[in-house]
Design a binder for this molecule. Sequence first.
Ligand SMILES: [Zn+2]
Ligand SMILES: [Zn+2]
Length: 163
Amino acid sequence: MLGPEAGLECNLCGEEVCGAFLLTKCNHALCTKHESDPRIQSSTCPCCGTHLPLPADIQVVRMAVEPEVERALCGLHPRVATRLIQNALEFWHYQDCLRAERRAQELTEERQRVHQAARKIAQLEFEAQVLQERVHELQKRKACESPLREMSYGQCNRGAGSV
Ligand SMILES: [Zn+2]
Ligand SMILES: [Zn+2]
């Protein structure tokens, strides 16, 4: 059986399509589970809004061909066979473009997340630094106020720290 090497993603939910899928006239590929989608039911492509009134506008197609149809193009005039192959290539080219667009979008979102995380880290680092300085200050003050220090004839500046 001849099958595809590269996977195909549903243009609606992004899930990997295997076996049969819905192919629209506008070259969108959808899982067969979307057959019950109200937009499909009302002859509209859920991906781009193209009106699909004819039964042939939305077809259930298979990614692999059974041995008995491997010679399906045999006997067709080369012009006709070429046209069919062209349609198939156009479909895959379009799917590659859609996939690239999706990856670019995901990359942009990932970059934004990284950027936000970096800003958050910088903010937390700043807060941590402020708290550390505060702790340091309190420790100093506590050391100044400790009775041991008082017995050592007050080497610290009592005027600044004491209340
Ligand atoms: Zn889907
Ligand atoms: Zn479409």
